[in-house]
Design a protein around this ligand. Structure first.
Ligand code: SER
Length: 538
């Protein structure tokens, strides 16, 4: 069965059982500022588990299924073994009060044994803790299905929350026999599927929960969240010794270094496709780390990696040899980072290979300071979503503000900015809205923006204390932390009468009259409840 056939089979199976198929959300999450990347299929559905949003209303069903692109860097050390990847696809079925343990377990059991013809070796269930009871119900269901080996486990089979808070609960994991001894290094059973019973809301991160610093409260209904690693499943189904030998990868990957290069370049390519660029902060840093780690391994085994990585490679190659020399002399991770562009994790890995210790504490302190400084700079520059500060990009930035307000005029206050990306060729604007726009609505929005351009309105800026700035009605992101004083850009005569006002660091044109003709080139869905407009000035 090819990887693509498995995807289709999975979606068809759940569609036939009353699930609505939802497309993969982007890797860069739109509605969750607490994580850098989407790490699980359930992430785009977080608001539905906690009752913040209504699935029946938004999807027409309480049950959904998806194939979600995910990035996980927490297992990066294991990447290159038989089953771990940085970027992978997760097959998942989800229910927000639609069904419970019995259906969820039966669906998984039927899909694995009847549709895929695999044997379940054993399953795990939660053994309970001080605050959460033992999952006896799941245990009984598995037994009734003829699975004899049901193992009770602790913290490992309590899942979530992702990010700084969210739904979580006990899980049951399903392990299958590898098709050939060799999968998962020692021929051990492979964890194929994980069914989470989201029964609780945690008001902190997993770490805080484990340290007793966060609390669980019971959710109003039971949520089902399942996840099955596609590449891993395909390795088992295709009787391969590792995920790298499945049809998801090009043939000919022979050793660990090649596996790491394949995995990291694959993940990096996806990230770059979503507009992430290498940098020393946040997502950009994760990307840089992956690319540089791939280059290090490529350097060792003497391969040149593809065109797309050329820039970053050229940059790193300039300092790589000198950096390695510096590393041999003395291991100061901060100098290696600032002067030679070695991400700290890379230095640590090199040190580990040599069996030497690295003083990370001093590094962390110096790095925090460095981050503060670059954050302040980056915020100024990139807040508007501008990729550069060319004349055209600045025009597109002002046009984006007009578009945002025009969308609210035509479609209502439900419209809220989720993201924006501007190049000298076009603007891209993502916003919360529940359905496709009609042609008529698109025309109205274009007309409104063009009217405002013709009125040749002046663009002003003013700095106000945060509370006052909020009171002015200027648009801003609700879940973002702003400084005590914020800069507002408004388009029109005064702040009170302005057509558009937004928290924004600029840059903008002086008058809207210079923008030209505004035209919407495309309107499409990005994920559930988020639309994307691409527009041009002609
Ligand atoms: N959220 C769970 C996981 O990531 C199941 O989908 O494993």
């Amino acid at each position: 069965m090819t990887t693509n056939e498995v995807r289709q089979k999975f979606l068809k199976f759940f569609e036939a059982r009353g699930h609505v198929i939802v497309p993969s959300a982007p890797l860069v999450p739109e509605n969750d500022s607490t994580v850098l990347f989407t790490t699980a299929g359930m992430q785009q559905f977080k608001p539905y588990y906690i009752g913040e949003k209504n699935a029946l209303k938004d999807f027409g069903s309480k049950n959904t299924a998806s194939v979600q692109k995910c990035v996980r860097t927490s297992d990066i050390d294991e990447v290159g073994d038989a089953t771990h990847l940085t970027l992978f696809e997760m097959l998942g079925n989800f229910s927000f009060g639609g069904y419970g343990r019995k259906e969820a377990i039966e669906y998984a059991h039927d899909f694995i044994t009847k549709e895929l013809g695999l044997l379940i070796s054993y399953v795990t269930v939660y053994k309970g803790s001080e605050n959460v009871p033992q999952d006896k119900e799941s245990q009984a269901i598995w037994k009734s299905l003829g699975v004899a080996d049901v193992r009770e486990e602790g913290a490992d089979v309590f899942w979530g929350p992702t990010g700084n808070s969210g739904p979580c609960g006990p899980t049951t994991e399903i392990y299958c026999k590898p098709a050939r001894a060799g999968v998962d290094a020692g021929g051990r059973d492979v964890e194929i599927w994980n069914i989470v019973f989201n029964e609780y809301l945690c008001n902190g991160s997993r770490e805080q929960l484990d340290n007793g610093e966060a609390k669980l409260t019971k959710l109003p209904f039971l949520g089902i969240d399942t996840g099955m690693g596609l590449e891993r499943l395909c390795a088992v189904l295709q009787k391969k010794e590792s995920v790298y030998e499945t049809d998801a990868f090009a043939p000919g990957i022979k050793n660990r270094a090649q596996r790491i290069i394949a995995d990291h370049t694959r993940a990096a390519t996806e990230m770059m496709q979503e507009g992430v660029g290498p940098s020393n902060l946040g997502r950009g840093y994760v990307l840089r780390r992956l690319i540089r780690r791939a280059i290090l391994h490529a350097d060792r085994i003497g391969v040149k990696i593809s065109e797309r990585f050329k820039d970053e490679e050229a940059k790193f190659r300039k300092t790589l040899a000198a950096g390695l020399k510096e590393f041999e002399k003395r291991t100061d991770p901060f100098i290696l980072f600032t002067s030679y562009g070695f991400p700290i994790e890379l230095t640590k890995e090199l040190a580990k290979e040599k069996g030497i210790a690295v003083d990370t504490k001093e590094f962390e302190q110096a790095f925090e300071k460095h981050k503060e400084i670059s954050r302040a700079g980056a915020e100024k520059k990139f807040k508007g979503g501008l990729a550069d500060t060319s004349e055209m990009s600045i025009k597109y930035h002002t046009a984006t503000h007009l578009l945002h307000q025009a969308l609210r005029d035509v479609l209502g206050k439900e419209v809220q900015q989720k993201g924006s990306n501007i190049t000298p060729e076009r603007l891209r604007f993502d916003f919360a809205f529940s359905r496709k726009m009609t042609d008529n609505e698109k025309k109205k929005v274009e007309k409104t923006v063009n009217e405002k351009i013709k009125e040749n309105l002046t663009v002003h800026k003013v700095t106000l204390p945060l509370a006052e700035a909020k009171k002015s009605g200027a648009l801003h992101f609700f879940d973002e932390k702003y400084p005590d004083d914020v800069l507002i850009h408004y388009i029109g005569e005064s702040l009170e009468t302005a057509y558009s006002k937004e928290f924004c660091g600029g840059p903008h044109v002086a008058n809207t009259g210079t923008l030209g003709m505004f035209r919407i080139a495309k309107e499409e869905a990005v994920s559930s409840g988020v639309r994307r407009i691409k527009a041009v000035l002609v």
